[in-house]
Design a protein around this ligand. Structure first.
Ligand code: ZN
Length: 655
């Protein structure tokens, strides 16, 4: 384990305890082998002057919702130290009461809720306290001889605490165990199955002790096991099975779902007795909120019955332990896909990424523990207590609304410019994951980076590129629900008599045929989609063609007919197909200032008048069209298919 302490950087902070606390907390947060996604917490004790100039002893402790990797001074909650120490001596206190009392004891009511481990930090008589859930230490805890090994490695300088549920019970246990202890002989505590604490009166020593302890555990693991190298080529998952599993999980969970397939885990997923290993329990109890106690194990064609069996098993587990609790949705959070790897299921792309990270660390720990006598885990009842902790249940009751397309997966062709670009932005804002396809790689690069966005360079006039782009979207996000078939070109104005054969053919290929290819490639996945929809970008030229635009208008008319036939053919599968007919959307690439000026002059209008030359005298923007497309993809149009909706400010030739 690398020691990241930089003496010069720390010295620049002087002796400001909170600044040093922020600094070394971030060093801990920088290493995912120490803390992962909000795990771990830190504190510092200091004297703060109050309004009356009196010194007040406070514990600055990590606030919940903050991540050590990015924490700032504002992420620490200042709680009166005396209050916390007195709370430790109470016989009983529910965790909800504890949280309320801690909040009331803050000297800054605007600070975040103090960590649930605040009391434990308070009773440790050192200024700096560091707490992590280091992989190496918890991995040792999950081996048959783990406790004995830990006692041998750390027993003389660390207090070993048996597993107790985090929160008040843990603080109370440590309080009772340390009443008589000589703290000056201790550098830290190991909390079995949970993590470790180190402490000292200065930030550097406390940090160094953490790194030294974790390094010691890592060295022991390295001497007694090996991390498994990825062997051989990674398998390609069957994308139709992936999409089908994703929909099944989404249906059970009652919402959208992103499925992230990780084939780097294929050697682990191919082990003979891997189902026994993963069936025992998670790496640390705090992961259970994200991952559930166990994954579903699936293989080949039996995945559906295996997911059903998992959810039935989950209900049984719930009823074995439930005591007035509300059941969480019983869908699996991750799958071990035999021979292929793992799949993380999240309501959002962020949640799926967090689960994938946790699974990554869990798989590595399980690999090592299996070489050291076999993976062990806490009893089911202890894990249930964390999964159904009153504080988590309270969060659940609060709920919260999600954006409409949360957990949904969309693909937009021609996604880097004009209406396509605005549609990509609108879909992302509505909560969807989006694959943006475009031939213009530089324009794709200019889209704002977003973990929910996949950019694919794709020439829509090449059928194999269209098929590969659809596959790339499914591979990345786990399925496909929404296709916005938008790519198009506006060829140079030519009469039918003067038509260049190449211009005619190019318009037909891109404005018509490529859309058929996209629909064809997407249909198998849309059949497995969640409330699937196709939105076609047509044109005002369909109901109201103009001279000189034959190649364009004919292709767009064909495209509209394609959409109508698709609505007829795909309705039975619940796939809606609707068309928008925009007109005069001037904030797109084809309308340069020069072209606008020329067209306006042609009609004897100013540019501003020309832009509003419609019944509503309203300029139509790419964003307006994008909003209509997103509405068509969502529940507003749930009962509509085969429709054509103009978006043109009102055109007297169309109404
Ligand atoms: Zn902890």
């Amino acid at each position: 384990m690398k020691n990241r302490w930089d003496a010069a950087a720390a010295a620049a902070l002087g002796d400001d305890p909170l600044a040093l606390r922020v600094y070394s907390s971030r060093l801990l947060g920088a290493d995912p082998a120490l803390v992962l996604h909000g795990g771990g917490n830190t504190s510092v004790k200091a004297s703060v002057p109050n309004l009356f100039g009196e010194a007040e002893e406070v514990l600055w402790v990590k606030g919940s919702g903050w991540d050590l990797a990015t924490i700032e001074a504002a992420g620490f909650a200042p709680v009166k130290l005396d209050l916390l120490r007195r709370m430790a001596a109470l016989e009983r206190l529910s965790d909800s009461e504890m949280v309320r009392a801690q909040r009331a004891g803050m000297i800054d009511p605007a600070a975040p809720n103090p960590s649930v481990e605040a009391i434990l930090h308070a009773i440790i008589p050192f200024r700096f306290v560091d707490h992590t859930h280091a992989d190496a230490v918890v991995t040792l805890c999950h081996t048959p001889d783990g406790e004995a090994i830990i006692r041998r490695l750390f027993g003389d300088r660390m207090l070993i605490i048996p597993y107790v549920m985090p929160g008040f019970d843990l603080a109370r246990t440590v309080y009772a165990m340390t009443k008589e202890c000589d703290w000056s002989k201790l550098e830290g505590m190991i909390l079995l199955q949970h993590g470790l604490f180190t402490f000292a009166d200065d930030a550097e020593t406390s940090y160094n002790r953490m790194i030294a302890a974790v390094s010691c555990a890592e060295e022991y693991l390295d001497a007694n096991s090996s991390s498994t190298a990825v062997s051989g080529e990674e398998p390609e998952p069957d994308l139709l099975v992936l999409a089908a599993m994703r929909r099944e999980v989404a249906t059970i969970a009652g919402g959208g779902c992103i499925a992230r397939c990780n084939t780097r885990h294929h050697p682990f997923a191919s082990r003979e007795r891997v189902a026994d290993t993963v069936g025992k329990g998670p790496l640390t109890p705090d992961h259970i909120i994200r991952t559930k106690r166990t994954p579903v194990v699936v293989d080949g064609a039996r995945w559906r019955s295996q997911i059903t069996a998992f959810t039935e098993g989950y209900r049984d587990y719930f009823h074995r332990h439930a005591d007035g609790h509300t059941m969480l949705n019983p869908a699996p959070r991750w799958a071990l896909w035999r021979g292929v790897g793992t799949v993380a299921f999240g309501g959002t792309v962020r949640e799926a990424a967090i689960i994938d990270d946790i699974v990554d660390h869990t798989v590595a720990a399980m690999e090592r523990a299996e070489q050291m006598g076999g993976w062990q885990a806490l009893p089911e009842s202890d894990l249930f207590a964390v999964e159904y902790w009153e504080l988590e249940q309270a969060k659940l009751a609060k709920g919260g609304s999600k954006p409409e397309l949360s957990g949904r997966i969309a693909l937009v062709s021609g996604g880097a410019g004009g209406i396509g670009r605005a549609t990509v932005a609108a879909l992302l804002a509505a909560g969807a994951c989006v694959a943006a396809l475009d031939i213009d790689a530089a324009a794709l690069d200019r889209l704002d980076a977003n973990p929910a966005l996949l950019t694919v360079v794709c020439d829509m006039t090449k059928r194999e590129e269209v098929e590969a782009a659809v596959a790339a979207c499914v591979r990345r996000f786990g399925g496909l629900d929404i296709v916005v078939s938008n790519a198009g070109i506006f060829p140079p104005s030519q009469s039918i008599a003067e038509m260049e054969a190449a211009d005619w053919q190019r318009s037909l290929t891109l404005n018509l045929t490529s859309h058929q290819w996209l629909i064809q490639a997407a249909t198998p996945y849309l059949k497995l989609g969640i409330a699937p929809a196709i939105v076609i970008n047509g044109s005002k030229n369909v109901p109201a063609p103009g001279p000189g635009a034959g190649a364009y208008s004919v292709a767009k008319a064909g495209l509209t007919q394609l959409a109508r036939v698709a609505a007829l053919e795909l309705g039975a599968f619940g796939i809606r197909v609707n068309t928008v007919h925009p007109n005069a959307v001037f904030d797109t690439a084809i309308w340069s200032e020069e072209v606008l000026r020329a067209r306006a002059d042609h009609y004897g209008l100013s540019v501003a008048e020309y832009k509003r030359n419609n019944l509503l005298k309203k300029e139509v923007t790419s964003r307006d069209v994008a909003r209509l497309i997103v509405a068509m993809a969502g529940s507003t149009f749930a009962a509509t298919t085969g429709a054509q909706v103009p978006i043109d400010g009102g055109n007297e030739r169309v109404v």
